[in-house]
Design a protein around this ligand. Structure first.
Ligand code: F6R
Length: 364
């Protein structure tokens, strides 16, 4: 049941800390602070290329994974939505790894992509939430998200659990390939272990996020911006808003704004930024200044240092915990999902069963 929550989605949003803890506990030894994956039937050190494919939010989790595999394990990585990937007939190298991400393990396009990857001689690894699923059965190896049943049609806790698994996989690959020093691995693992606690702190901003939702609920169009490993979080925020509140939203790489979307910005358009401090902060900050200069209502999700720098231009700010930029996407997903939830509640939509959508898309 929903317990004291109004919707399954709200309950599931509040399960982020527990689910992240359960998922990480499977893969991180807290004593040694080492990632320990189940034994894989292939050697991560020998993987020539990773090909990630999935649909919807699961694909956005995969996109974050791409940043991690490239930067942490230095593996060439490609990603595409399964509905395109399966028909592109992409040539793939021997010894490559096909990586599928799916809550249900039954999404038709993702399953077809899995079969294509196998036929192309790829090792096939699935990140799934449902253990007894078609994708789990047909894969060479499975890394399970321990999110429990997700009832709300809009994915929430399964998404952050997917990120946690992909982060562990990237660290394991980095260790296998010798691209991570022991000190770096220990620091990054420590950052991961702190994620459930930080997630709980973020949920304490619920009332502040609800106030921001009142502003968003009046908008016709909303733009989400992010950069680097938080770019896919902009995509996730926009998808979540459109699917449950029916407000038009787009997620963009912050640097792409001046190549088109900036034309949309006026005082009626909220611009929501997931912008943690880090090497890319100043770049995104200058994009946000451009948005503010055109009257856009800039809504900032950043840590205290970032929030201070953006104080002059932000219409609203949520101060996030300061974390290693590596784990930022896991945490920044939470407030954008929460924001979409509150907007949908204000709009009076059917939050758990949004129109025209199904939880598991088993036809293409
Ligand atoms: C968005 C959402 C969908 C799913 C997509 C893939 O909130 O829930 O975009 O992520 O349909 O579903 P799975 O993960 O079951 O393959």
């Amino acid at each position: 049941g929903k317990g004291n929550y109004r919707h399954f989605m709200e309950k599931e949003l509040h399960e982020h800390p527990a689910v992240l803890g359960d998922t990480l506990r499977q893969m991180v030894n807290p004593g040694t602070r080492a990632v320990v994956l189940p034994e894989l039937p292939f050697d991560l050190a020998g993987i020539s290329r990773v090909t990630i494919t999935a649909c919807g939010s699961a694909f956005y989790a995969g996109l974050v994974g791409r940043y991690w595999f490239e930067s942490i394990a230095r593996i060439p990585t490609d990603g595409d939505v399964a509905s395109e990937f399966r028909y592109r007939a992409p040539p793939l190298p021997q010894g490559g790894l096909g990586l599928l991400v799916s809550q249900s393990g039954e999404t038709a396009d993702t399953l077809a992509a899995l079969r294509y990857l196998k036929a192309q001689g790829q090792h096939v690894l699935s990140v799934v939430n449902v253990e007894e699923s078609s994708m789990a059965r047909e894969s060479d190896a499975v890394l399970q998200t321990v999110a429990g049943p997700e009832i709300g049609v809009a994915s929430t806790k399964a998404f952050t659990a997917q990120l946690a698994v992909l982060a562990c996989l990237a660290l394991a690959a980095g260790r296998a390939r010798g691209t991570l020093s022991a000190a770096q691995e220990a620091a990054m693992t420590q950052a991961l272990l702190e994620v459930p606690g930080r997630a709980a702190e973020i949920l304490e901003h619920d009332a502040a996020i609800r106030r921001i939702a009142a502003r968003i609920a009046k908008a016709r169009d909303v733009l989400y911006l992010g950069r680097g490993n938080c770019f896919p979080i902009a995509l996730e925020g926009a998808l979540k808003l459109k699917e449950i509140s029916y407000i038009h939203a787009e997620g963009y790489a912050a640097g792409e704004m001046k190549h088109g979307p900036i034309a949309l910005i006026d005082p009626t358009v909220p611009v929501i930024a997931t912008v943690p401090s880090g090497p890319l902060f100043e770049k995104t900050a200058s994009n946000l200044q451009e948005a503010a200069a055109r009257g856009g209502q800039v809504i900032v999700f950043s840590d205290a240092a970032g929030a201070a720098k953006l104080q002059g231009i932000a219409a609203e700010t949520i101060v996030m915990p300061a974390v290693d930029p590596f784990v930022a996407p896991i945490l920044y997903a939470i407030p954008v999902q929460l924001l979409a939830y509150h907007v949908a509640v204000l709009k009076g939509t059917d939050v758990d069963q949004p129109r025209n959508l199904a939880k598991s898309v088993t036809v293409e």
